[in-house]
Design a protein around this ligand. Structure first.
Ligand code: NDP
Length: 308
């Protein structure tokens, strides 16, 4: 992380930014940033763009966006600057050379990273005289700009309130979590903890089905039904976990371990890589080894939470 931000802030240029509520700068044109810029154009915003690979702006420029000649120009064009980058390190890589132009801007950083990185990034931006709002978007690019989507935000309430109409262009709903810049990042990471392994579980099912001559589309309806039913389990177990209730009245970990053994062996018999279900089996094994095989598999929460 760069140092001496105050010095940079002191040299901040005096250009008057555009105060129009209908103009925005988008920095970062991966699939997400492109979709965001397109959503702003659809709503009639004046959109200024910057991306490390300029060609990613071509289609948006054809639709009326302006590609800034430099990062500094992109920052100075608007009060509101959306960052949609792979991570916070990309923010430093892009903004450090133009650090003086951060002063006076509100940077809404929708890049994924750890809560600590989000807090440190926010301190860096604040030290440069800018305002930072952390965000975590909960939808894929094709759903950007649609009403039933949501984004977590955290950081200064005033900035959130000021720019909320513009933020609601990105996702129809916004969920403000508080002043702590790390909270939106945390909520986003919690979602990713669930999302990525869930989808890999489905890829595993597809690979296993494929080994038996079934296509992804053959099993998709059953997989979708399975995912849709997960809400029942979350609603059932969550209050019990909070109450410390891991009674084995509806499931026992020993049953779960036997079931995961069947999954691992069905997988291996088909010549499919069993690494993923074997990792899940290992968690059941640890609960049983701790003498808690007669308890619900929710016991694993305590086991996972143990430090050291
Ligand atoms: P990508 O990683 O595909 O693209 C992100 C952007 O970051 C690109 O513009 C890329 O520039 C830029 N970038 C990365 N590293 C650097 C660097 N060192 N210097 C300069 N620019 C850099 O991400 P997405 O667009 O898919 O997603 C953006 C963010 O949104 C991510 O944090 C992601 O986790 C999150 N997100 C993504 C979702 C999705 O479905 N895609 C859904 C919800 C959230 P270049 O074009 O030059 O490579």
């Amino acid at each position: 992380m760069p140092s001496a931000p105050q010095a940079a802030a002191a040299q901040a240029p005096t250009h008057a930014p555009t105060h129009s509520p209908s103009s925005v700068t988008v920095i970062g044109l991966g699939p997400m940033g492109q979709a965001m810029a397109a959503a702003y154009l659809d709503r009639g915003y004046r959109v200024t763009l910057w991306n490390r690979t300029p060609s990613r702006a071509d289609a948006l420029v054809e639709q009326g966006a302006v590609l800034a000649g430099s990062v500094e120009e992109a920052l100075l064009a608007n009060d509101l600057v959306i960052l949609s980058l792979t991570d916070f390190d990309a923010m430093y890589a892009i903004l450090e050379p133009a650090a003086a132009a951060v002063a006076g801007r509100t940077l809404v950083n929708l890049s994924s990273d750890t809560p600590e990185k989000a807090r440190a990034g926010a301190r860096w931006v604040t030290g440069l005289g800018g305002t930072h709002l952390t965000g975590g978007v909960l939808c894929p690019p094709p759903l950007i700009g649609t009403p039933d989507t949501s984004t977590f935000y955290s950081g200064p309430r005033e900035a959130y309130d000021t720019f909320r109409p513009a933020l609601e262009v990105i996702t129809g709903k916004t969920d403000y979590r508080g002043e702590d810049q790390g909270l939106a990042a945390l909520m986003y990471q919690l979602n990713m903890v669930i999302f990525w392994p869930s989808m890999i579980a489905y890829w595993h099912a597809v690979a296993l089905a494929g080994a038996h001559g079934l296509k992804a589309t053959d099993i998709a309806p059953y997989a979708a039904e399975n995912f849709a039913g997960m809400g029942h389990f979350i609603d059932f177990y969550s209050p019990r976990i909070d109450a410390g209730n891991h009674a084995g009245d509806v499931d026992r970990t020993s049953m779960g371990l036997a079931s995961m053994e069947h999954v691992v062996h069905t997988t291996a018999d088909a010549g499919v890589d069993p690494a993923f279900p074997a990792a899940v089996r290992e968690i059941f094994q640890r609960v049983v080894a701790a003498g808690q095989g007669a308890d619900s598999f929710s016991r694993a929460v305590e086991l996972m939470g143990q430090k050291g």
